[in-house]
Design a protein. Structure first.
Length: 295
């Protein structure tokens, strides 16, 4: 059995409720993945999707997620394509800490957003199929620097062995996820995850609900649903500025969830996120930034 120490949940805000999609942990397929190329992405207001084609058959929409450290695929699709089980994944819900075990399957002969990928290993799970059939993680590409530029709807892979690292200080991952030091109105900082699976702009830890300046007391604004639990969550409006890399937010709306801050799609669309999965670090650059070799 493959022992996995952590799996992170992505959160989707839909009609005032949060639905957490399953995620899988890193696999050992890095040597089988291309180090260079471009992955074309498709975006709705709430999602970043990549089209996966298996063995030249139908296109399958998958969430492209920086808030997960692996891949998942819907169990019905795994059965339809007769995917071989290659191990077991120990899943830990990043929202609640609850655990379960899932079969791990091999997805062979894949085209991922136009990029040929010989093999992806993914946890097989009963996925919420309203708009996607699983998750593909940016963390799979350990031989690359991945430039995520949602303004251009693409993820650009640059070979890590020859790439020039971006200027400026890298930020170390927090709990296996790309992160940044978020600057609060009083000038203090807290770590925050970059999560393309979260369609809200910003969430802060529940413990900070009474510690940050708000325009009015926080109130219940919706419900969240995770692997095997659900409940209410609070929201409010920050009084002051929040700084996230090159982005400054004035009096932003915020949700209060979990134990870590989370940065979602509306903000990630305003930056270029450069991810180095092999070294567990990332950079936050202005929108449209490109690798030196591509200039």
């Amino acid at each position: 059995m493959r022992r996995i120490t952590r799996i992170v949940q992505s959160l989707l805000l839909v009609g005032g409720a949060l639905a957490a999609g399953a995620a899988a942990a890193r696999t050992d397929t890095a040597a089988k993945l291309p180090a260079a190329g471009e992955i074309r992405l498709f975006q709705s207001p709430d999602r970043v999707l990549v089209m996966m084609q298996i063995d030249d058959r139908d296109l399958v929409p998958m969430v492209f997620d920086t808030g997960s450290d692996g891949a998942t695929i819907d169990a019905s699709l795994a059965r339809r394509f007769k995917m071989r089980t290659v191990g077991q994944v120990h899943e830990i819900d990043g929202t609640t800490g609850k655990e379960r075990f899932l079969p791990q399957v091999a997805i062979r002969d894949v085209t991922l957003g136009g990029l040929k990928v010989p093999l992806i290993e993914a946890a097989s799970v009963d996925y919420d199929r309203r708009d996607a059939m699983g998750i593909v993680s940016s963390e799979m590409f350990t031989d690359s620097l991945l430039y995520l530029d949602l303004g251009a709807s693409r993820a650009l892979l640059v070979p890590r062995a020859t790439a020039q690292t971006p200027a400026g200080q890298a930020t170390a991952y927090v709990e296996s996820i790309p992160s940044v030091d978020l600057v609060l109105p009083d000038g203090s900082t807290i770590p925050a995850h970059f999560d393309t699976g979260y369609n809200g702009a910003l969430s802060l830890p529940v413990a900070m609900m009474d510690k940050v300046p708000l325009m009015a007391p926080a109130k219940v604004v919706g419900r969240f649903k995770s692997i095997n639990t659900e409940g209410e969550f609070y929201g409010g409006q920050i009084k002051g500025t929040i700084k996230i890399g090159p982005v400054t937010l004035e009096n932003p709306e915020v949700a209060f969830l979990g134990t870590l801050a989370n940065i979602g799609l509306p903000i990630i669309r305003r930056v270029t996120l450069v991810i180095d999965p092999s070294a567990d670090r990332n950079w936050v650059l202005p929108p449209g930034a490109r690798p030196e070799a591509a200039k």
